[in-house]
Design a protein around this ligand. Structure first.
Ligand code: URA
Length: 441
């Protein structure tokens, strides 16, 4: 089929043969299909969707556009977690060492932050020396040695996704279930994993704003996993406010280390324990007779007794990072020169946070990037002092902004004014449940 026929068929809702989709992805990755034709196709997908057969063929083609790792000969269960993206989501930094202590191997390909969502690569690279540009050979050695390897997506792994994601970002085609699902699953299936746990975020800071949308995304990724013979479990979690209290790269590393030392915010701990318990359960690795609840308690013990922190130290060392960050994070990590509080403009209960706007306030002050080539400032960000459902008095500090350059401060403050709602008569307001549903394998 000619490219224009592929586009026309999708526009008209005609199911495309697997071979045509495979060829289309291959030719686009090789630079033989121009961006304008791919953009037209992506927009047609946004309106028409994809049939399960089309989605399988499309994802498979994206997966095989690059190297697919094979760790079948490596001992142990290889399980990863992937979050669909949120604000203050530093779960991977705690989850990876915790899963290692619990006996799993964790091969993790991570992304950089874009738009309002943060990325694990940026958080880890705020640790001086931390190198995520490992060759695939070295990635394997690292996993074998310390149980967890972390690399950033390179041109070798799912290169079709790298090109497509950049194009989707500038053509208004990011928020589309088949495109998000194929993007995530093509990268994750290239990691050589035995099973995957997805943290599907729902709410004002997530791609999926309603529970119905989140279920659709979860079920679509689960069905791709089924088709490829990989068990996938999805946990739908709340993203109507930042997770934990810290937003911004160094600040999120500091908060993660607090959790690894047995402290830290409870919502962050709860989501992490839930996900690691499912990583074990999806491979049938709970202890004999152990319930999920008991497993979470056991995992919490690894946070409290310091064993997860020691695993994190080894992970940092093997990635050439400065592991003394575990002892004195503030001394090691880039920081900010200035701080200023944003205070409650009125008294009442915090009933809403437009979390994507809070993420964009982070971009305003340099913590994130608008375009993928933007430089970021690792040291800046926010620490929240209040969460949804908290009562505040006029003038109480809701958050502290840590910044180096005041250029984006005014815009950030405007966003807080717009996005944080305080209601005078909402004493019965309850913050949304954190863990909403578990679906799949
Ligand atoms: N994360 C991804 O990796 N891809 C998407 O399309 C959206 C979120």
């Amino acid at each position: 089929m000619q490219v224009v026929e592929v586009i026309r068929s999708k526009r008209d809702g005609v199911e495309l043969p697997a071979e045509a989709l495979k060829r289309f992805v291959e030719d686009y990755t090789a630079g033989e299909v121009p961006d304008y034709q791919m953009s037209a196709f992506l927009m047609a997908v946004l309106f028409r969707g994809m049939t399960p057969g089309e989605l399988g063929a499309w994802t498979r083609a994206m997966l095989h556009s690059g190297q697919v790792m094979d760790f079948t000969d490596m001992e142990g269960a290889k399980v990863d977690k992937h979050s669909t993206g949120g604000v203050g989501d530093k779960v991977s930094l705690i989850l990876a060492p915790l899963a290692v202590v619990a006996g799993l191997k964790v091969p993790m390909i991570s992304g950089r932050g874009l738009g309002h969502t943060g990325g694990t690569v940026d958080k880890l690279e705020s640790i001086p020396g931390f190198d995520m540009k490992l060759s695939t050979g070295r990635f394997r050695e690292v996993i074998e040695e310390v149980g967890c390897g972390l690399i950033r997506q390179t041109g070798q792994i799912a290169p079709a996704d790298q090109k497509l994601y950049a194009l989707r970002d500038v053509t208004g085609t990011v928020r589309c279930v088949p495109l998000i699902s194929s993007s995530i699953m093509s990268k994750k299936l290239a990691e050589g994993i035995d099973a995957l746990v997805l943290d599907v975020k729902v709410g004002s800071g997530a791609f999926m704003r309603t529970i119905e949308e989140a279920r659709e995304l979860a079920d679509t990724m689960i069905s791709i996993g089924d088709e490829m013979g990989k068990p996938v479990r999805a946990v739908i979690t709340d993203m109507n406010q930042p997770l934990g209290l810290a937003v911004g790269n160094s600040l999120e590393v500091i908060e993660s280390i607090e959790v690894l030392k047995g402290g830290g915010p409870q919502d962050l701990i709860d989501v992490t324990l839930e996900l690691v318990a499912h990583m074990l359960d999806v491979k049938g690795l709970l202890l004999e007779g152990e319930s999920l609840e008991a497993c979470k308690q056991r995992l919490d013990g690894y946070l409290k007794d310091g064993s997860a922190l020691e695993a994190f130290r080894k992970i940092i060392e093997i990635h050439s990072g400065d592991a003394s960050v575990c002892d004195d994070p503030e001394a090691v990590l880039p920081g900010a020169e200035h701080e200023i509080q944003w205070c409650a403009p009125s008294s009442g209960v915090i009933t809403r946070m437009q979390t994507s706007d809070i993420g964009m306030a982070g971009v305003d002050i340099g913590a994130g990037r608008r375009k993928k080539e933007d430089e970021i400032d690792y040291g800046v960000g926010f620490i929240f002092h209040k969460k949804l459902g908290d009562e505040v008095k006029e003038g109480d500090a809701i958050l502290t902004v840590y910044y180096n350059d005041d250029a984006g401060l005014e815009s950030a403050f405007k966003r807080f004014e717009r996005s944080i709602e305080i209601s005078a008569d909402a004493q019965s307001f309850e913050a949304p449940a954190l863990i909403k549903e578990v679906r799949g394998a």
